[in-house]
Design a binder for this molecule. Structure first.
Ligand SMILES: [Zn+2]
Length: 150
């Protein structure tokens, strides 16, 4: 190749700063690729996190409104409900009574509260009222069968 000596001249000298520019360009591309990977990872993580938060939120929201009443409303009427269970008082609001039954059957927190206040009338979850089965059952049936009386 170098038989006539001219081939050596075909290599032009780099202009000042050209190699530096090349290195910077390569470095920039590497950083961009790295940034893209980090952003993709962050995006996926954010989406997964958001899904977890949303599903947890809807779960908590559902759990606090079993039977159509909030935990605070349920707990407010626990003494009244207990008197109804032992037959010393009748619930004037039939809808609230049905809601109380469902809520106490489904809400573990309120059931625990009730069972702590009235251990002699413990409310237990019957095997026929598991959440999956609940979806298929009519509310009236649930209201009738959800609370075990002692
Ligand atoms: Zn509750």
């Amino acid at each position: 190749m170098a038989d006539d000596g001219k081939n050596i001249d075909q290599w032009d000298a780099c202009s000042p700063g050209e190699l530096t520019k090349l290195v910077h360009r390569l470095d920039y591309r590497q950083r961009a690729a790295h940034r893209k990977t980090v952003l993709n990872t962050a995006l996926v993580s954010t989406i997964v996190f958001a899904c977890v938060v949303l599903s947890l939120g809807s779960f908590l929201d559902q759990s606090s409104h079993y039977g159509g009443i909030a935990c605070s409303q349920c707990r407010e009427h626990i003494p009244e409900y207990q008197l109804h269970l032992i037959g010393q008082s009748s619930f004037e609001d039939e809808d609230l009574l049905a809601s109380m039954k469902i809520h106490l059957q489904k809400c573990k927190l309120c059931r625990t509260e009730f069972n702590t206040l009235y251990p002699e009338q413990r409310i237990t979850v019957s095997s026929t009222t598991r959440p999956v089965l609940m979806l298929a059952l009519q509310p009236a049936w649930i209201a009738e069968h959800s609370i075990d009386r002692y």
